[in-house]
Design a protein around this ligand. Structure first.
Ligand code: AMP
Length: 144
């Protein structure tokens, strides 16, 4: 998928927003949804997506929605820091398949880094244990 194109309403994050696919939710408001990445690159990897716009990537989204979503990205990053006490936190976002994007609904990755743990490569991790993800989501949510 190129950086340009049309939004696929059947992409996996659109299905999550419509309730057709489950997710391990961390936080939700009018504009954004934060949930655990099921193939985490490290412990506590969270994704934040816009709810209101069919934006494939950063180029598509309105400034208004982006502002709200970025507020959520900052809140979740702070909560991850408080809840999990990592040594660093990476925030990333990919536009188009050649850049590494695999799901074509705009999303931001919040990836804690721990000094003694190697971060897994993007889109290569194995599926996480759902009970562990649920417990991590609760810890992060309680730090909001
Ligand atoms: P990207 O490659 O930047 O498009 O990121 C997509 C991310 O979504 C990857 O980190 C995947 O591990 C993650 N992912 C894919 N399917 C799901 C799902 N059903 N629930 C949560 N995360 C997912």
């Amino acid at each position: 998928m190129s950086i340009n194109g049309t939004y696929d309403p059947d992409n996996i994050f659109a299905k999550i927003l419509k309730g057709k696919m489950p997710c391990v939710k961390v936080f939700e408001d009018e504009y954004s949804l934060a949930f655990m990445d099921v193939f985490p690159q490290s412990r506590g990897h969270v994704l934040v997506i816009p709810k209101k716009e069919p934006a494939r990537n950063l180029l598509d989204v309105s400034e208004d929605t982006l502002g709200h979503v970025m507020n959520t990205v900052q809140s979740i990053t702070r909560a991850v820091n408080t809840a999990l006490n990592p040594d660093g936190i990476v925030v990333t976002q990919f536009n188009g398949a050649p850049a590494g994007q695999t799901v074509f609904h705009l999303h931001f990755h919040i990836i804690p880094r721990y000094e003694n743990a190697t971060m897994k490569t993007h889109a290569s991790g194995k599926m996480a244990d759902m009970d562990e993800l649920t417990a991590l989501a609760a810890r992060i949510n309680s730090a909001l």
